[in-house]
Write a new protein. Structure first.
Length: 285
């Protein structure tokens, strides 16, 4: 199968290209720079020069594919509009020849009050509030739209936990903790979510999958693991949500969510089997 994806040179994109190639697919990937083109080429994919605002490029690339995976994100005041236009162009180009796999995120559910499925009501923090309308439009269009909603992605020394928690700890000697740290994070390893994206190409139209490992670890435990990795074991800096927002921006509200979700739908329908089931050991390094 010929698969086109956006975001192929990114943190999740690189393992996704590897997963697609393992599954025997011929992969092409959007590349916004020479460096991105080199990255995807080294992974075995064919670079397609362009950005997420180049809707004609996206439509043409999708028209040459049998399946599309949209991982990339444009950052700015026009994030929602760019994402919607890019999705529309790729869905139009692909038509009904194969699955269009769109990226969401479990943060849209807000605090889950226990373990929930993909059908739970949504109450997103401000940083992801724009996603719901876009995802509804994606799923309402023709063809075979599929929505993958990753949890907080970690692994390979990267991800948001590294950026906002481990890196500051290495600089300041303590891991920031929002509130009392009793809230749960719904986690997934980068290699596992990459495998889910590859499997989602076979999903029925309008399927929605929570890309979480099912561990749902408390922030306090994650902070302990990150403090060991950062060389300051057991040293934490307690922050109120307001203090965390001053330091991290609006993403702090998402980090403070208490979320537990089940991966059962992806397991039963797609045969997805996350293999990284000890996040704390991985995060300790």
């Amino acid at each position: 199968m010929k698969v086109f994806l956006t975001g192929g040179s990114g943190y999740v994109g690189c393992p996704t290209i590897r997963a697609l190639i393992r599954h025997g697919h011929d992969v092409s990937a959007l590349a916004r720079s020479d460096a991105a083109a080199r990255t995807v080429t080294d992974l075995g994919a064919h670079p397609v020069p362009g950005t997420l605002t180049d809707t004609a490029v996206l439509r043409e690339a999708a028209a040459s594919a049998d399946g599309v995976i949209h991982l990339g994100q444009h950052y700015g005041d026009d994030t929602a509009a760019v994402d919607d236009a890019a999705a529309s162009a790729m869905q139009d180009g692909l038509g009904d020849r194969g699955a269009y796999v769109h990226t969401g995120g479990v943060w849209v559910y807000g605090d889950t009050n226990g373990v929930v499925t993909e059908d739970a009501p949504q109450n997103p923090p401000r940083i992801t509030a724009w996603r719901r309308a876009n995802e509804e439009r994606v799923l309402s269009r023709g063809g075979r739209p599929v929505l993958v909603m990753p949890g907080l992605v970690y692994g390979h020394g990267g991800g948001l936990a590294e950026t906002f928690f481990a890196a500051p700890a290495r600089e300041h000697g303590a891991v920031p903790v929002i509130g009392d740290g009793h809230n749960h994070w719904a986690l997934v390893h980068a290699d596992d979510i990459a495998e889910l994206y590859a499997l989602a190409l076979q999903a029925p139209a309008k399927s929605v999958y929570a890309g979480v490992s099912g561990e749902n670890v408390r922030l306090a435990e994650i902070a302990e693991a990150l403090s060991s990795a950062a060389g300051c074991p057991g040293r934490f800096e307690q922050l109120t949500l307001a203090e965390a927002e001053d330091r991290m921006g609006p993403i702090a509200e998402a980090f403070a969510l208490d979320q537990r979700l089940t991966p059962d739908r992806a397991r039963s329908e797609l045969g997805w089997r996350p293999s990284h089931l000890d996040a704390l050991s991985d995060l300790r390094g």
